[in-house]
Design a protein around this ligand. Sequence first.
Ligand SMILES: [Zn+2]
Length: 73
Amino acid sequence: MNDVTCGQCGSRWEFYYLTHELDGDKKEDVLRGNGCPACSWGSSDRATGEYQLERVQSISRNTDLDPIKYSSL
Ligand SMILES: [Zn+2]
């Protein structure tokens, strides 16, 4: 599974979905740890922000993007 973990709420998103179903800005928001649709982009109670390390690890493991680019926590 090529999942990317949301840095805010820990939801997992198929990278294919992020690329093809979200517009580019929203995809970048997920990749940068600014939340996802499941946590209302960081504004819901689910968004604790404690999954940023998992997010970077998931980018490293499951995509061919450069995780350094998305590593700011
Ligand atoms: Zn989220």
